[in-house]
Every structure is written in C-alpha cells, then in structure tokens.
Design a protein around this ligand. Structure first.
Ligand code: ZN
Length: 490
C-alpha cells in the first residue's frame, strides 16, 4: 500500500470520528436529557483524547514525507492534512488539555453571569482563558503574529492587518449609511401579534426545502442557539421559536440552511476526506448570509414570503407586501450583534475585532475589558450600554477562547456581497424567479460555483473563481447603500 493510500485511510477514520463527535455535540443541544450532562462531558473528553492522539500521530509526518498525491484534489487534501498536523503538533498536549478544561468551566461561568446579568466571576475566568490562548497563539505563530495564528484556524491565509485595512475602508460608508437611515425620520415598527409555534415550524420546514435543504440527509430541530452541524450525508440544522417574532425562527432557519446547503452540496466523492467540508468559516458564512440577506431579505423574495405568511397568519397588521419588506429590513438602534440589521452588523464585528486583537497582543487585559467595551460601544453606536447582558456578556465566543473568529462573520458578508453581484450578472431573471418562490436557479448557481468544491480551494480563491475577480468590500457596500437608500428614501 502506498504512503498516500495509508495516509488517506488513516485520515478517513479520523474524519469519521470527527463526525461522531459533532453528532454528540448536536445531541447535547437538542435531545440529551439534562441529567446526562456529566456523563456526556466524560464521553466527549474520551473521544477528544482519541482524536488528539490521531491528529498528532507521528506516522502522519512520515506519510506526508513519503506520499505523492495522484491529482490536484489529492494535493489539496495533503495540504490540509499538513496544516492540521503542524497546528496540532505545535501545541503541547498539556496546553491543549488545559485549554479544553478551562474553557469548558469558563463557558459555564459565562452562562451564569449572563443569566444573572452580572459580570461577577466572569472576568477573572476570562483572564485565564486569555492567558492560555496567548500561550497557544505564541506556540502556533512560531515567531509570526499571534493573532494571525489564531485567525488562521478559522480563515486560513487571512491576516489581522489585512482585515483591519478592509474594515477601515468599510467603516466610513457604513457609519454614513447608518446615520442617514436613522436620521431619515422613517421609523419602522416591529411586527405585532402572536404567531403560533407550530405554524412557524411548518413554515420553517417549507423554507428550508425551498432553499434546497435535503431532508433525506438532514433534519430540523429546536435549540437555544440555532446552528448547523455535520458534513456529507448527515447535515442537521436547528432553529428557535419566539411567538411574538416569527422572523427570528424563519430567518435563523434560512441562515442555517445556507450553512447546511454548503455541506450537503460538496462533491459526494469527498465524503469523510479533508475536502469534504466547507473551506473556511468566512466562506461558510458567505453561504448562510447570501441565503438569509441578499436572497431571503430581497424585495422579490419578501413578496413571496409575505404570501406564505399571510396564508398562515392573516395580514399581520401590515398593509401589504411593500410594508412587509420594510418591516423585514427594519433598521433600529440595538445592543445585540445577533439581532443587528444588515447596515449595523459589521460595525459590531469591527468593535469585537479591535478589542480581541488588543487582548491577544497583551495591550488590553481581561480586567479592563468591560470598561473598554462600554466606552467603545458608546463611541461607535452613540448609546451607553445599560447592562452587561447587552454588552460584554452577550456572546459566548470569548468565554470558550474563540479569538480570531468574529472577523470571519464580516468576511462572510463581504464574500456574500461579491457572490451576489456575480449571481445577478449570471441570472438576469433572478428577481422574477425569487418573486415566484423559485429558488433553484440561485441555489443551484451557489452549489455549482462554491459549495461543491468543499475544501478544494483556498478561501479567497473559491470566491475569486466564482466571481471572476479578487473579492473586496465594494459590492457589499454598494448593495447596502442601494437597498437601504431606497427603503429609507435617502
Ligand atoms: Zn452562520
């Protein structure tokens, strides 16, 4: 057996175990009885130990030395295995297990702090997480930039400096647009009334199907925080239901369907190989965001969604499809990133990106973070944070050591902007199709141009190939100005 074949066989078993681990995580958020938490953490720690041993197995290094890839896909797979092996072997086992232990405690401390709406013990706990991640970043960076080393885990090849420069170009236009919209005097009311859960879930399933989700290889369940998990022939999504706010359920479902469509759309020949999953968090988010926003919140599709919702819920207190579209795209001041509209969302990310870069670099300490957050929020959004749950405690990411993750959300928006411009060029009848509820041409285009490639290309490369040019922020900003300029009569 050749070194390449041995390496791929070994990797396949690792990928299978990664899927098992993901399914345990899915179960924990959806089905697991509450009393099983302690046993489950032991089960997951055991599997994590097996995975760590496999990922750092010295034979991988030997196989990589000796192996010859038969084709371009094989080369890409080897590149991903090499990268993964280097990352795992650079971090001492002691540090890896300490990080796993401390972040699992820290997540609990964060959840409790958020529930009580008191920063309390959270910042000292966060200080431990920051210290460990700085140590890990230094080990991974190998003399390079520590923040980039963390970022690289989520968005291979991206750099903090490049993202900072892109954000500096985006900020003035986003701020000007936000000021113009909020100063337009056209305030939009949120939706009124109550929308029964069963009807929302029925619609959510219908929307998932419309957007191409394959229920034969997936399922839709409820969870506290919506997510998508799994690859290949078992890709599951979750959503949540609030009876007063059906858009939360429906647009969370469309968003997660975007992530799932990516995983379900990958060439089946790559199942359980390094190419058999999305290329980066940024590319992943581009699929969920273009489904949710550029397609799902378009005027054309909102007209169709309005007819679906009116059949379930009556007129919803709205005058018609045009007012429905304006309500879906309502821009309003708010503290919470996950509830932010398209205009303000990236401003939330910029703030987190700057703060976490300072933290990782050691120019800011966890103990100072709440003050830094509040000062920055007021400067950026013109409102003082009224309580910690609306400020530093709103997101789980930092409590579990995810530094370098936030910017991938904004990169996803930027990539979605580029893909949307290319999609409109290639499908001149897109609006007529969306208005008729025919999403197959759009989702088919994304599958063909992006999703089926899985991990074959580097993140920027897959977007560049789909769009016919290097990705940048201009198409997203042009789209936002045109859309919200029209909506708010600017
Ligand atoms: Zn997402």
């Amino acid at each position: 057996m050749s070194a390449y074949a041995e390496l791929m066989d070994f990797q396949r078993e690792t990928e299978a175990l990664v899927q098992v681990m993901g399914r345990l995580g899915w179960d924990q958020e959806t089905m697991m009885p509450r009393g099983a938490a302690t046993q489950r953490s032991e089960e997951m720690a055991a599997l994590e130990g097996v995975l760590h041993a496999r990922r750092t197995d010295p034979r991988i290094g030997e196989w990589l030395e000796a192996a010859e890839a038969p084709d371009a896909a094989g080369e890409a797979a080897m590149r991903l295995i090499r990268r993964d092996f280097a990352r795992h072997t650079r971090v001492p086992a002691r540090l890896a297990s300490e990080l796993a232990r401390v972040t699992s405690i820290s997540q609990g401390v964060w959840a409790e702090a958020r529930e009580r709406d008191e920063v309390g013990h959270f910042l000292p706990m966060l200080a431990q997480v920051v210290a460990l991640r700085r140590e890990e970043a230094a080990a991974l960076a190998d003399g390079g930039d520590p923040y980039d080393a963390l970022l690289d885990d989520y968005e291979p090849g991206a750099s903090g400096a490049e993202i900072a420069a892109m954000f500096a170009r985006m900020r003035p236009r986003l701020v000007a647009l936000r000021e113009a919209v909020l100063g337009s005097g056209r305030e939009r009311a949120p939706l009124k009334g109550l929308y029964p859960s069963e009807a929302q879930m029925r619609l959510a399933r219908r929307l998932a199907e419309l957007f191409g989700y394959d229920f034969a290889r997936g399922r839709l369940d409820l969870a506290v925080h919506p997510f998508s998990s799994g690859s290949g022939s078992d890709v599951r999504i979750t959503t949540r239901v609030a009876e007063h706010d059906p858009f939360n359920c429906l647009y969370s479902t469309i968003h997660e369907t975007g992530h799932a469509a990516y995983e379900q759309g990958i060439d089946p020949a790559w199942r359980l190989t390094p190419l058999g999953q999305g290329g980066s968090m940024g590319v992943h988010e581009s699929q969920s965001r273009i489904f949710e926003n550029q397609i799902g919140r378009s005027r054309a599709f909102c007209g169709y969604l309005h007819s679906l919702m009116a059949a379930e819920f009556g007129d919803m207190g709205l005058e018609g499809a045009e007012q429905f579209y304006a309500t879906v795209n309502r821009v309003a001041p708010g503290y919470i990133r996950t509830e932010a509209d398209e205009v303000q969302y990236n401003l939330h990310i910029m703030m987190r990106f700057d703060l976490e870069r300072e933290l990782v670099a050691g120019r800011l300490e966890a103990a100072q973070l709440e003050d830094a957050w509040n000062a920055r929020f007021e400067a950026d959004f013109g409102v003082a944070v009224d309580r910690p749950a609306h400020g530093i405690l709103q997101d789980v990411h930092w409590s579990i050591g995810l530094f370098g993750y936030f910017p991938t959300y904004a990169l996803g928006n930027v990539y979605a902007g580029c893909l949307h411009a290319a999609l409109r060029r290639d499908l001149p009848d897109l609006d007529a199709q969306l208005a008729a509820g025919d999403l197959a041409p759009a989702t088919g285009w994304l599958r063909e141009k992006v999703q089926r490639h899985g991990g074959l290309y580097r993140p920027r490369e897959v977007i560049a190939r789909a769009c016919g040019g290097e990705p940048d922020e201009a198409p997203l900003l042009d789209y936002l100005e045109a859309k919200f300029g029209a909506l708010y009569g600017l």
